[in-house]
Design a protein. Structure first.
Length: 290
């Protein structure tokens, strides 16, 4: 079941327009919002990482010295649990929220560093800049269809990277990343690749693949990338597309069945992704007889 995130519910009761949302298997939730001419106060039992996607120049944050602005595209705000913040949105603002809990930070810490502090204290940030956060949001979270289960591997990988970055730079622990210098052992790589081939119809997660190799998600992702020269989510999508082409060309299966067999939850999403890779839709390829 998805977490019940208080900030998400608060915004739904205000003027904010929910453009998209997805709850990942980890329980982390993403939400894309638009808001204007609104006053919002949030105080939650969870953490919120917010990135301004467009506009936001007339967004004001309440400080002890009055209302201050400083927003704009790619500025981020970090609202730790139990911190109260008040906002006066005086003009257009498009933004994306990532909602997570202490448990998500602790799970990330255990997977990557094999350590778990008594508590994570997140720094509060307002209208801040961080190129890494911007890149992860824009290249992963904003550049794919959240409702397409075939994209959830990329989304979950990106949220893990974001939480890892927060632990490194915006918490009381600020642990440095462990070094990974080698790829997967040949037998582990064979097992993982065979598992992927057998599971293309399923909504794979990074945790599924890491478990197959008996590694943490962090170490698995980096060792896989060293072995295969691409990230796990890129490889899985490549295999989905290759399988799809084979089925379109060599079988008479309905395109809807092919979409499901390749891990896509709808024929239209499948067709769009197929066209972006091959330059033609599955029905056009089949009709061409290529």
């Amino acid at each position: 079941m998805p977490e019940n995130y208080a900030t998400f519910e608060t915004l739904r009761q205000k003027n904010a327009v929910l453009r998209d949302t997805v709850a990942l298997n980890s329980g982390i939730q993403l939400a894309a919002w638009f808001n204007q001419n609104d006053n919002v106060t949030v105080q939650s039992d969870h953490h919120t990482l917010s990135l301004y996607v467009a506009d936001g120049y007339e967004s004001y944050h309440k400080t002890p010295h009055g209302w201050k602005n400083g927003g704009g595209p790619d500025r981020f705000c970090l609202m730790p649990k139990e911190s109260e913040s008040s906002w006066d949105i005086r003009d257009n603002l498009s933004f994306v929220h990532l909602y997570c809990t202490d448990e998500h930070l602790r799970a990330t810490g255990e997977k990557i560093w094999d350590r778990s502090p008594a508590s994570f204290r997140l720094d509060e940030k307002t209208f801040a800049n961080d190129d890494k956060i911007t890149a992860l949001y824009r290249h992963f979270l904003l550049d794919c269809d959240w409702q397409q289960q075939a994209n959830h591997l990329a989304l979950s990988s990106a949220t893990t990277l974001l939480l890892t970055h927060l632990i490194q730079h915006y918490t009381n622990v600020q642990w440095q990343l462990p070094k990974v210098t080698g790829g997967l052992a040949p037998f582990a790589l064979r097992n993982v690749l065979a598992f992927i081939e057998a599971s293309l119809a399923q909504p794979l997660t990074l945790a599924d693949l890491a478990q197959e190799a008996a590694l943490s998600e962090y170490h698995f992702a980096r060792m896989f990338s060293l072995s295969m020269k691409m990230a796990p989510h890129q490889y899985v999508m490549q295999r989905r597309m290759t399988r799809a082409q084979e089925l379109v060309r060599n079988t008479s299966l309905p395109l809807t069945e092919i979409a499901l067999a390749c891990g896509f939850s709808s024929a239209s999403h499948f067709s769009n992704r197929f066209k972006s890779v091959l330059g033609m839709t599955p029905s056009q390829l089949r009709a061409s007889g290529q």
